[in-house]
Design a protein around this ligand. Structure first.
Ligand code: HEM
Length: 206
């Protein structure tokens, strides 16, 4: 039993090392570009855009972990769902921090007027609220405390992703953009793969 647990643990080290590397690499790239003075003519906007995109990538990857585990028959992949989700939240927090503190100097009247002017910010705010509640309740303790309600709450990760994509889409000038072409179809596929019948069929494959 001990050997099996140890084997499982060391098998889990590999995907989690990749997750930490992949989720922190964009931070190193940002720091490197900032150090070289290569963050475009508007560095704050560059950080907001880069952190927002990284948050979306990590959120979608966290939602893809379970279907990938079923499709590839690699149950170990489900263990990366939580760290990916937490990293998505951390990047969204950096995104919001850059907007509210670095760009707007936490000037609440100015932030409020920006919120009135740009409706898409509300989608981002809602998505952030959901990610915050998912990050807080992601521990084993909360899982036990909430029981069956925990699963229901954590399904709202799909809703958070949809809100983040709406926010992303509405912030773009071009009508045909990355959200329409890549991200929204990907989220739709992930949602379809969650359908109970499809999920059961995938899990029953031998
Ligand atoms: C209170 C919460 C949020 C605020 C105030 C906020 C603010 C902003 C602002 C001002 C922009 C426009 C940047 C520009 O092009 O000048 C933006 C774009 C974006 N946001 Fe947010 N955001 C929030 C939440 C989120 C969340 C939770 C996510 C993802 C999980 C996200 C992802 C994005 C993405 C992907 C873009 C587009 C970046 C690009 O054009 O490349 N945002 N956000």
């Amino acid at each position: 039993m001990r050997i099996t647990d140890g084997g499982r643990r060391s098998a889990a080290v590999f995907p989690s090392a990749i997750i930490h590397f992949g989720a922190l690499l964009p931070l190193c790239v940002l720091a490197w570009r900032a150090w070289r003075g290569d963050l475009t003519f508007n560095p704050i906007q560059a950080v907001i855009q880069s952190s927002g995109r990284t948050a979306v990538h990590l959120l979608l990857l966290s939602l893809a972990a379970t279907p990938a585990a079923l499709l590839l028959r690699m149950p170990i992949l489900t263990s990366v769902r939580r760290p990916l989700g937490l990293y998505a939240f951390a990047w969204a927090a950096l995104h919001m921090f850059t907007f509210a503190v670095v760009d707007f100097g936490l000037n609440l009247p100015r932030i409020a007027s920006e919120l009135r002017e740009k409706a898409y910010l509300w989608f981002g705010l809602l998505a952030f609220g959901l990610l915050l509640s998912l990050a807080i309740t992601s521990t084993r303790g909360w899982q036990k405390r909430l029981g069956r309600r925990w699963k229901i709450l954590h399904r709202t990760a799909y809703f958070a992703a949809a809100l983040a994509l709406l926010h992303f889409q509405a912030s773009q000038k071009a009508e045909i953009n990355m959200v329409v072409v890549y991200y929204a179809p990907l989220l739709a596929v992930l949602l379809i793969l969650r359908l109970p019948t499809l999920r059961k069929a995938l899990a029953a494959r031998r």
